[in-house]
Design a protein around this ligand. Structure first.
Ligand SMILES: Cc1cc2nc3c(=O)[nH]c(=O)nc-3n(C[C@H](O)[C@H](O)[C@H](O)COP(=O)(O)OP(=O)(O)OC[C@H]3O[C@@H](n4cnc5c(N)ncnc54)[C@H](O)[C@@H]3O)c2cc1C
Length: 390
């Protein structure tokens, strides 16, 4: 049994209670006030970092906990189950994987211990562009080598946490698409030091969204990045991106599971307490059946997330499982969000009950980081052998 799975079996209870305890310091009111101001949960992120949770996946030799995606999932699920939102910082967990798997030893020694102790934040991942959407191989941002630098020009959109991160992993084209054999070639991953870049070739514009998410648009205008910031081999960035996607899907799925559990617990409590026509509304099957169905779907989705995480930690292929985990977990969090609003009636829309806030937050996962349609296309084509639809 590997270290990760033995830890998983022995001490998940302990890990869960420790995370829950930390989250108790950040109750509904904390998140509600931030939501209103669309402000970053700085104190929460600091607390998570100091408790070592942000370094869960960093190997011990670089100052981290050296644990697996299974444990990272437990942490993210508990944060969301408590009513919080780990979207403010979760990306560090999977972006760091690209550096770990493909970065040079010098890169790892330079960055990982500082990321582990919290003195550096690597929370931004620059992939999406306004004109290419999900068709990543068509992205237009170019990084052209000129002496000791890459000169970056282009635009990115939906780059979350760029204003709250020291480093960003950028995916850019280093060879034009018409000069490569396969369109997946010629893309590269480059570490951008945001502290030096902003105001010197990089402009960040925040985007206000329906939920509090600290996402932004980036404009590159002859930004110079030292060539030594290239991670891995030039032109292989798309492959590195695919590598990190399974971890990302499993971790986001865990957040959805946490949201679903939060909705379920709140909804059961309210259905028992709210009395209409002289009886708790939960006594009506019209109220209790959707909750019970949501619970069954939640338990099934949890099994898929656990299976995907186990495969990932065991170094086995887990593309279908990671995608199904994300699909099922995002579906059940959205299902239970709707059940919660219906059960709460008018109060589901009142800010002070937090249902509407979590409802807005969990809606994102039908679209990002990968949309439900694209997961279905993946399963149809790669698992079921159906023709490619696009
Ligand atoms: C709040 C937020 C935070 C984000 N954070 C980041 C981040 O930090 N870094 C980053 O790089 N990106 C980030 N993203 C971007 C996110 O990954 C994309 O929004 C997502 O992948 C969908 O891409 P798109 O918005 O370009 O949609 P499009 O690709 O334009 O697609 C629009 C719709 O069409 C559907 N569609 C497209 N093609 C097909 C097809 N062939 N078959 C069926 N349906 C199809 C899609 O499913 C979708 O529903 C974020 C997005 C949001 C909203």
């Amino acid at each position: 049994m590997n270290k990760s799975s033995s830890f998983a079996e022995e001490s998940h209870g302990e890990l869960k209670s420790a995370v829950r305890e930390l989250c108790r310091e950040y109750p509904d009111k904390y998140w509600r006030e931030l939501d209103e101001k669309r402000a970053y949960p700085e104190a929460f992120v600091q607390a998570l970092t100091h408790a070592g949770y942000m370094a869960t996946l960093i190997p011990e030799e670089y100052g981290g906990a050296g644990l697996g995606v299974t444990e990272a999932s437990v942490i993210l699920e508990e944060i969301h189950r408590s009513g919080g939102n780990a979207a403010a910082c979760h990306a560090q967990m999977y972006i760091m994987g690209t550096l770990l798997r493909h970065g040079s030893e010098a890169h790892k020694r330079q960055y990982l211990p500082k990321i582990a102790d919290g003195s550096l934040r690597l929370q931004a991942f620059g992939v999406s562009e306004p004109n290419t959407g999900t068709d990543t191989t068509q992205l237009k941002t170019m990084a052209v080598k000129n002496g000791g630098h890459y000169v970056v020009n282009g635009q990115k959109i939906w780059i979350s946490r760029a204003e709250h991160s020291d480093l960003m992993l950028l995916l850019a084209r280093t060879t034009p698409v018409d000069q490569v054999k396969k369109r997946t070639e010629g893309l590269s991953t480059i570490l951008v030091d945001l502290r030096k870049a902003v105001g010197h070739g990089l402009r960040i514009r925040p985007i206000r969204t329906m939920m509090n998410h600290a996402t932004t648009e980036l404009f590159f205008d002859n930004l110079e990045v030292p060539v030594e910031n290239l991670v891995g081999e030039e032109g292989q960035g798309f492959r590195y991106l695919l590598d990190s996607l399974n971890a990302e899907r499993i971790l986001i799925a865990s957040e959805c599971i946490g949201d679903a559990r939060w909705f379920l617990e709140r909804t059961c409590r309210y259905a028992n307490e709210r009395v209409v026509f002289a009886r708790p509304i939960g006594k009506n099957q019209g109220i209790q059946f959707p909750i019970a169905r949501g619970y069954a779907n939640l338990e099934a989705a949890r099994l898929m997330v656990a299976r995907a995480a186990r495969l990932f930690d065991g170094g086995q292929a887990c593309g279908p499982e990671a995608n199904m985990a994300k699909l099922l977990a995002a579906d059940v969090s959205w299902e239970l969000a709707n059940v919660a609003v219906q059960t709460y009636g008018g109060f589901g829309f009142a800010e002070e009950y937090d249902i509407e806030r979590k409802f807005r937050e969990t809606r994102l996962y039908q679209v990002a980081p990968i949309s439900t349609n694209l997961i279905l296309s993946y399963l149809a084509e790669h698992v079921l052998g159906l023709p490619r639809s696009y």
